[in-house]
Design a protein around this ligand. Sequence first.
Ligand code: ADP
Length: 305
Amino acid sequence: MSLVAEIRDVSKSYGNIQALSEVSFSVEEGEMFGLIGPDGAGKSTLYRLLATLLVPDSGSLTVMGHDTVKDYRLLRRLIGYMPERFSLYPDLSISENLNFFASLFGVTIKDNYELIAPIFSQLAKFPDRPAGKLSGGMKQKLALSCALIHRPPILLLDEPTTGVDAVSRSEFWDMLASLRKHGITILVSTSYMDEATRCDRIAMIDHGRILRTDTPERLVAGLDENLYNAVAPDMFRLLSGLRTLPEVIDCYTFGAALHVVGTNAFSPEDIVRKLAGMGIEGVSIYPAKGVIEDLFIKLTRNDQQ
Ligand code: ADP
């Protein structure tokens, strides 16, 4: 496998805000690579650097063997970039937007239509509708079609599913998966931790630093040990009660339950008894399955200590 993107010791600041600190990772050809982290982690900054729109303070970024600073002209033709914010012209129609992006790259819509057809098919039914009047999910489909129209070998998608409803999010990931058969390497960022499992590998980023890079499966391996779900009629008292116990390392809200990280001395039966002694009744504690969000909490907790 050859490397499509290589990011080496990259740092970038805006005035005195350090957006990225010595970031390093690489992306292999044909991979679906996820950059996962909360708002402000540095994802968009890294995308702007990869898209040749910013210059790093130190370190280097190479895309398809070309340096993003020296070879920016060449790279702009090779990269398909979908920025975080709406990149389309709201007053232009669907077909005008697509034509415009095609003309920027010296191609026509027909040249690569078969690549975008599965994504564009619903939009093609109303070509004259202004892009600004589309739903969130439809806008994303059009933006993706525009980023793909010159058939780039590498796609940079910056938070493409932010603000999109759950069904459209899932559909969008299915579309990305289907692009892989064309051999396109995809670098996609998200703040939705559950989307990590859609990627071959992910880099977890927080406060401008890479915390871990690996496959989602390997990252969560071993997390289940001493991880429990806890529920009770009074969840607030349960959370406060658990946090006072020496057998509890951490406890946080997770969906409708709490996730509890216990020490080796944690025994669900004993803990239920102790909580009952504090007047917290009806508690149920049972093993939980660790996911990327748990790892994020664990890694950032260790950071703070
Ligand atoms: P993310 O995409 O993960 O939300 P960003 O790369 O947008 O993260 O931001 C990283 C940090 O850099 C944040 O603290 C953000 O406020 C800051 N930042 C981003 N862009 C600018 C800018 N143009 N000027 C000043 N600070 C910025």
